[in-house]
Design a binder for this molecule. Structure first.
Ligand code: PAF
Length: 286
């Protein structure tokens, strides 16, 4: 595996590979890799001749009061894990090279981005779509892989790719979980031992909701009451949102149906955790 740090070099290598007829898969990450990222890389490895992963803690997707400075970073460990997962090129650009002096462009997806995480984190999705669009331009992948844990992010990236006719197939892969069900996330590293013990409340709540739907409950308020009651049992947990919405439009729905997804964001102490569940298992959204 090679580590490439310059944007121009990454783009030149990708262009040359494409000229040689090689296909490229991209796994964009902010590093501090975990099994969720590795599952994306393993799938990317199967889908293209060359596998590129990026590690870039993207400043434009963090609000002024958010954790950009303290976001966990460990490039040496990331490089070892990425090499083990079959990555050919690990792209690790500098902030000044991605956003040079005079940078003045942003990619905005409206509608999907003002709700849910977009409401709590204004500007976050514009930062995500701008950097992902740039990564697509630099790495020129045929396929890009993202985790379904970030359900809204995946929906927004799909919308952007469709709207801008970007020639990239977007693959969403299932959430990878710790043995107790907590969705893997680089931010789990922030949880204290006491907070970590409370974190499985999210998967418990999703499972309670899913069980109720399986036994015929369709009333959104009653399903959400089960979710809220479960989360509220934890002393340090504060719900940011618990919403049942359409998996494509992300608009709240009055009744649970086959396209519904339950999306959850909960603060435990200072750590904000997200998780989600498509309430009818057989439906694959997005
Ligand atoms: O999901 C993430 O880690 C980031 O939002 C992404 C897609 C790498 C863009 O910075």
């Amino acid at each position: 595996m090679e580590i490439i740090t310059r944007v121009a070099e990454m783009q030149a290598r990708a262009s040359a590979a494409k000229k040689n007829g090689q296909s490229i898969a991209l796994v964009p990450t902010m590093g501090f890799l975990h099994q969720g990222h590795l599952s994306l890389m393993q799938e990317g490895r199967r889908r293209a001749d060359l596998l590129v992963a990026s590690v870039f803690v993207n400043p434009t997707q963090f609000g002024p009061q958010e954790d950009f400075a303290s976001y966990p970073r460990d490039l040496q460990r990331d490089a070892e894990l990425a090499a083990g997962a079959g990555v050919d090129w690990l792209f690790v650009p500098e902030v000044d090279d991605m956003y040079p002096q005079g940078f003045a462009t942003a990619v905005t997806v409206s509608g999907l981005t003002e709700v849910l995480c977009g409401a709590s984190r204004p500007g976050h999705f514009q930062g995500v779509t701008t950097v992902v669009c740039k990564l697509f331009g630099i790495v020129q992948p045929q396929v890009a892989l993202f985790g379904r844990k970030d359900f809204q992010q995946l929906a927004v990236i799909r919308r952007m790719t469709l709207d801008l006719n970007l020639p990239v197939e977007i693959i969403g892969l299932p959430t990878v979980r710790e043995p107790d069900g907590l969705a893997m996330s680089s931010r789990n590293a922030y949880l204290s031992a006491a907070e970590r013990r409370q974190a499985p409340a999210l998967i418990d709540a999703l499972q309670l909701a899913s069980a109720a739907v399986k036994t015929g409950e369709r009333n959104v308020e009653r399903v959400l009451a089960l979710v809220r009651n479960r989360i509220d049992r934890e002393p340090d947990a504060v719900i940011d949102y618990a919403v049942i919405c359409n998996g494509t439009t992300l608009q709240a729905v009055p009744e649970v149906d086959g396209d519904s997804v339950l999306l959850l964001a909960v603060r435990i102490g200072r750590t904000r955790l997200i998780d989600n569940h498509t309430l009818f298992e057989e439906v694959d959204i997005p």
